[in-house]
Design a binder for this molecule. Structure first.
Ligand SMILES: Cc1cc2nc3c(=O)[nH]c(=O)nc-3n(C[C@H](O)[C@H](O)[C@H](O)COP(=O)(O)OP(=O)(O)OC[C@H]3O[C@@H](n4cnc5c(N)ncnc54)[C@H](O)[C@@H]3O)c2cc1C
Length: 266
């Protein structure tokens, strides 16, 4: 496998334009696992670790090369909570938000946060410059995205009117170093409540019927919270696989969403 260590974003984009079948290598915590297991062997890789532009970060724009270790103290509470659950300290020191988006696993712990806040993915190519894509259009299936062969993920952008409250939690088979069986972000603010989930559909998803239902309630009663959880469980589209069953994921999605909503409302 050939390797080019790009010094800046322009160099990375030129290399990708010249070799569209090359793969970007950020922290390597997804890609190198695939290579080591011989599941995947790209002809060449373009290293992004030296690309400073990808590590730029503000409250509303997070560079693709920002690591989980850095995100552990991000002002967006649910993103920081998610970051603290990713892998181990070693994985968090190397793994990036951009790599999580690039892999587009249904279990990617950064993805429900992007969906809950209606984030957009900033993409760039050498020939066409920047385009910004809503998350719903970007994630198109299990480990499939709408990125074009000559593009890089440059950043995630979040709208300005961020909700006052946001909470993340995930369920897994143990407390640490675990891939999510179900993950969830709930936000609550002046524009109402949003609920996004991971590991329960081919892509990150919003439980829009549950959102509509709870947003019609001024002060949700016990019955309304129970109904909210029931609708979330109904809306998710999980499968049974080696990590869990469909029915446990449905149940877990409702429990998590209700618990996080209660935290946001308290
Ligand atoms: C032991 C272990 C535990 C883990 N635990 C978790 C966990 O708890 N939660 C979780 O969500 N994930 C987990 N992961 C998966 C992984 O760490 C994350 O998905 C991480 O965010 C990947 O980032 P990376 O920088 O290492 O990506 P890389 O492996 O470098 O890249 C992943 C993919 O994204 C592409 N890519 C990377 N950057 C860009 C870019 N800027 N533009 C376009 N494409 C790009 C690459 O070409 C590749 O296809 C774990 C992995 C391991 C090995």
């Amino acid at each position: 496998m050939e390797f080019v260590a790009a010094k800046d974003l322009d160099e990375a984009l030129v290399a990708k334009a010249n070799h569209p079948d090359a793969e970007f290598l950020a922290g390597g915590t997804d890609l190198m696992v695939e290579v080591n297991l011989a599941h995947h062997r790209p002809s060449s890789a373009i290293g992004l670790r030296r690309v400073d532009e990808l590590r730029e970060m503000t409250d509303l724009r997070i560079g693709a090369g920002v690591t989980w270790a850095t995100l552990e103290s991000h002002p967006h509470r649910a993103l920081a909570q998610a970051a603290r659950t990713v892998g181990s300290p070693q994985i968090r020191a190397a793994g990036t938000l951009g790599g999580n988006i690039g892999t587009a696993s249904p279990a990617g712990d950064g993805l429900p946060w992007i969906a809950a806040l209606d984030g957009t993915i900033e993409l760039r190519s050498k020939d066409r410059g920047t385009r910004v894509m809503p998350w719903r259009e970007f994630f198109v299936g299990v480990k499939r995205t709408a990125i074009l062969p000559d593009e890089a993920i440059v950043a995630v952008r979040i709208p300005e009117d961020t909700p006052a409250r946001q909470e993340f939690a995930k369920i897994g088979v143990r407390n640490a170093m675990v891939i999510s069986t179900v993950s969830c972000v709930v936000t609550h603010g002046d524009n109402g409540t949003t609920v996004a989930l991971g590991s329960v559909a081919p892509t990150p998803m919003r439980a829009t019927r549950a959102e509509e239902m709870i947003n019609a309630e001024k002060n949700p009663s016990e019955a309304a919270l129970a109904e909210f959880a029931r609708i979330v469980s109904e809306e998710v589209r999980p499968i049974t696989d080696h990590r869990s069953t469909e029915s446990y994921r449905r149940h877990g999605a409702g429990v998590l969403a209700r618990r996080l909503l209660e935290r946001c409302l308290s």
